[in-house]
Design a protein around this ligand. Structure first.
Ligand SMILES: [Zn+2]
Length: 58
């Protein structure tokens, strides 16, 4: 999995949407285990999501 695919999948997960076709949660988790960049990116996406929800921007 490329980082760009992983990030698309992470943002889908953060938004509680379905993962893109051909992407599985297991493959995404495997990528995140091996890629600190995408882990950090995912954490930031999640924080922004939580912040947006707190501000009522659903
Ligand atoms: Zn990556």
């Amino acid at each position: 999995m490329h980082c760009s695919e992983a990030r698309t999948a992470v943002s889908a997960r953060v938004d509680r949407e379905e993962l893109p076709p051909g992407t599985t949660g297991a493959a995404l988790d495997a990528h995140l285990r091996g890629c600190a960049e995408c882990r950090r990116w995912g954490e930031r996406a999640l924080r922004l999501k939580v912040l947006a929800e707190q501000l009522g921007m659903r």
